[in-house]
Design a protein around this ligand. Structure first.
Ligand code: C2E
Ligand code: CA
Ligand code: CA
Length: 730
């Protein structure tokens, strides 16, 4: 039983009984059309050669040899003879040319006007050419000959009509039509076969009736077989079709010869050759099919991978942008109703954090299907992470968003996830990736607005968006031209308010935008992972300024430099700092490294390593923004800082809130117990300053003592003794 089953499986595999899917069928058909380019080219070459032979025979040297056969031949008569003898070849060239042009333009997907006209003309010629030839060609005395010719003449217009229809279709819809292409190939194959039968068979018959002539069967059918070979290679669809077609053609031809009764001696050897040829042809057809099937399956997988998201198996962003570009060209009217949506799930990370990565992935797969379901008539794609992009219809998208929101609520039971959607209506030919960036931007704006689900990109955002693009695109230039440089904010001892340090704070003074503060560019540079470029530049500037001051024998104070969490990921921050110090010959006591507590708690391993390296090299490490995050105490437990910088939010409503005083008091005691010194930022009033001095905070920084100044101003203030440089600066 098993053997029968296996046997059947083998046979059905071999003969290709299984249905191919649409992609594979189209691939095989395209391959057929591709080979028809070569085939038609070969046919054209052979037929031209045949015509040249005729010219050689009747006009060029040796023509008089034939002259004796027909008496004194005039040139006109000879030309007519050539035309009569070659009209079939001309006709065959005609339709091969039509196929040749058709196939090339099909494969290259050219839908331009000249292509349309060329195909139309060649198709039209195939239809009308025959009217010129019918009268001369049909010799009604030879019935089989006449049948062959009439059959050939009746197939030809179909080829012409199909090509004409196809060119009209292509002109109108700007795409290929698979069904018409299959028909073109079939008609052309029939033309080939009938041509083969006509030239091979009927010539054989006509000569066989000549009693002086002993025809060689094998030679006579060569032409026919060549044509069959053409067709065999052209029509590689399913093996069983090839087998059926080839066998029936051979049998029909055999029967025709036998029935005509003119066959003299068909020797056994010829028969063997004949059948061997059939078998060889069948095997060629089958193996080409298998090869193409393999290629098709591979191509399908590759194509699938290139337009589908590997995790969620919905389309990826490339598919969406490619299709939108296509859409822009073909549906210029409809595009007015389209807009881009950028979808983001706020808090998605908690699934990965609280559950597992695998569960996060599973969630995304389900979510992707829901997005597809909610936007059934739009282009939907996953951009990465929990981000999806939809090219949606303006008239329906809001309903789709509501549907998705409901579905998401069901899916995320027990978790606090929120759908956020940014929308952007593109200009007529706007580049898709840029448009998607804008939708994403709008989505980012509502990230932290609890009650807002959807926001469309507007004029105000456009300005901010352009500013953002400007910052990203001009960072290198700004660094190179020193548009970005550190300003210095004084830090004083609380006991005597003498200057004991300064914090380097980046400022970007731009020739187009004017003054940009860190709030404008730091978050953008962090988001785009470019922040390390800025920080490396600030490190270099600080060291350079200090070297210049030392060379001028000025009094200098240590400078604190802000390090972003990403600096330790994107560059070797510790080495870069050390190299700069070495380059300008600055003692390391003059630099304080500021790291925020959130950086330390988020980036465990990398930062711990950097922290230890800095400690080993005896750098002073200051903890920035203490108390602003979630894990302040943990950070204090795990790392030993030289100075804790207490976040300025503890000073907000200082006068009205007694509790904040108690908290500040406790923090300072705690830091002291742990052997760390303290600094409070954002000191703006004498009240605050006095209180902080009372409770033992070591250093103070804030507008009360000075804002961040440009270097020259800072130095001038020191010179003017507005700031007294303390003798104890470390
Ligand atoms: P930060 O490190 O906490 O810097 C202190 C911020 O508070 C500065 O804002 C400073 O101008 C401001 N400030 C100082 N005293 C007072 C005050 O009395 N009252 C008020 N309301 N504010 C005061 P700035 O310069 O705008 O910097 C903002 C943030 O940008 C900085 O916060 C820091 O996190 C980041 N940043 C600045 N420069 C750099 C840099 O070179 N690299 C990196 N990675 N980040 C930087
Ligand atoms: Ca700081
Ligand atoms: Ca701070």
């Amino acid at each position: 039983m098993n053997i029968i089953k296996k046997g059947w499986q083998f046979v059905s595999d071999f003969l290709g009984f299984r249905r191919n899917d649409k992609y594979v069928s189209k691939y095989l058909n395209d391959a057929n059309i591709r080979s028809s380019i070569y085939m038609s080219f070969i046919v054209i070459s052979i037929e031209i050669w045949m015509i040249i032979r005729q010219f050689n025979k009747y006009i060029i040297p040796g023509w008089d040899k034939y002259a004796s056969m027909g008496g004194n031949l005039t040139l006109g008569y000879r030309l007519e003879t050539i035309f009569n003898n070659t009209s079939f070849y001309l006709l065959f060239i005609m339709c091969s040319l039509a196929l040749f042009v058709y196939a090339i333009t099909y494969i290259n997907k050219s839908f331009k006007k000249p292509v349309f006209i060329l195909n139309l003309v060649l198709g039209g010629l195939c239809i009308f050419w025959i009217f010129l030839l019918i009268p001369q060609q049909i010799n009604y005395e030879k019935v089989t000959d006449a049948i062959c010719i009439i059959a050939l003449y009746s197939v030809l217009p179909f080829l012409g009509i199909t090509i004409v229809l196809d060119s009209l279709y292509r002109y109108k819809y700007k795409k290929n039509n698979t069904i018409l292409s299959v028909l073109v190939i079939i008609w052309f194959s029939l033309v080939c076969l009938l041509f083969g039968v006509k030239v091979g068979y009927s010539d054989f018959i006509s000569r066989a009736t000549d009693s002086n002539y002993h025809p060689d069967m094998w030679k006579m059918i060569t032409c026919f077989l060549t044509m069959v070979l053409f067709v065999g290679c052209l029509l590689i669809w399913k093996p069983w079709i090839s087998v059926l077609m080839l066998t029936s053609i051979f049998i029909a031809f055999q029967l025709m010869i036998e029935k005509s009764g003119t066959l003299r001696e068909l020797q056994d050897g010829d028969k063997v050759n004949y059948i061997t040829f059939l078998i060889a042809l069948t095997i060629i057809a089958v193996s080409i099919y298998k090869q193409r099937l393999n290629d098709a399956t591979k191509a399908k997988r590759l194509e699938h991978d290139s337009v589908y998201d590997a995790l969620c198996d919905i389309h990826n962003i490339k598919f969406l942008t490619d299709n939108v570009i296509n859409y822009q060209q073909t549906n210029q009217k409809e595009i007015e109703n389209k807009l881009y949506l950028f979808l983001n799930i706020v808090n998605f990370r908690t699934i990965n954090d609280q559950k597992s990565f695998e569960e996060g992935n599973e969630f995304l797969i389900k979510l992707a299907k829901l997005v597809e379901e909610s936007f059934p008539n739009d282009y939907v794609s996953r951009q990465g992470d929990d981000h999806f992009v939809v090219f949606a219809d303006e008239r329906t998208f809001m309903t789709s968003i509501d549907t998705l929101d409901e579905l998401l609520k069901d899916l995320s039971k027990g978790m606090f996830l929120q759908l956020k959607v940014g929308g952007y209506k593109p200009m007529p030919f706007e580049e898709p990736n840029r448009a998607i960036d804008k939708a994403r931007y709008a989505c980012g704006v509502i990230k932290r607005q609890y009650s807002v689900k959807y926001l469309e990109y507007d004029e105000k955002m456009d300005q901010a968006f352009h500013k953002k693009q400007y910052i990203i695109n001009h960072l290198d230039e700004a660094i190179e031209n020193d548009w970005i440089r550190p300003f210095y904010q004084p830090v004083v001892w609380s006991r005597n308010k003498e200057l004991c340090g300064a914090e380097a704070l980046a400022r970007w003074i731009d020739p187009n935008y004017g003054f940009l503060s860190p709030g404008d560019f730091i978050p953008i540079l962090e988001e785009t992972r470019l922040i390390h470029k800025l920080d490396a530049h600030i490190i270099n500037c600080v060291c350079k300024h200090m070297r210049q001051a030392l060379d001028k024998k000025r009094k200098v104070v240590p400078v604190s430099i802000n390090f972003s969490r990403l600096d330790f990921e994107l560059m070797d921050a510790v080495s870069i700092l050390k190299e700069s110090l070495k380059k300008y010959n600055i003692p390391k006591e003059f630099i304080h490294v500021e790291i925020t507590e959130s950086a330390l708690s988020e980036n465990g391993e990398l930062l711990t390593k950097a922290f230890n390296e800095l400690k080993e090299d005896n750098f002073a490490i200051w903890l920035d923004d203490f108390g602003s995050g979630y894990s302040s105490l943990n950070v204090l437990k795990d790392f030993k800082f030289d100075v804790v910088k207490i976040d300025m939010k503890f000073l907000s409503n200082f006068d009205s809130n007694e509790k904040s005083k108690d908290i500040l008091d406790c923090i300072i005691q705690l830091a002291n117990r742990l052997g760390m010194r303290t600094l409070t930022e954002g000191v703006e009033t004498n009240n605050q300053s006095n209180f902080l001095e009372e409770i033992g905070c070591d250093r103070l920084q804030g507008y009360l003592f000075g804002k961040p100044y440009r270097l020259e101003d800072f130095e001038q203030l020191v010179d003017d003794e507005e700031f007294i440089v303390s003798s104890e600066i470390i």
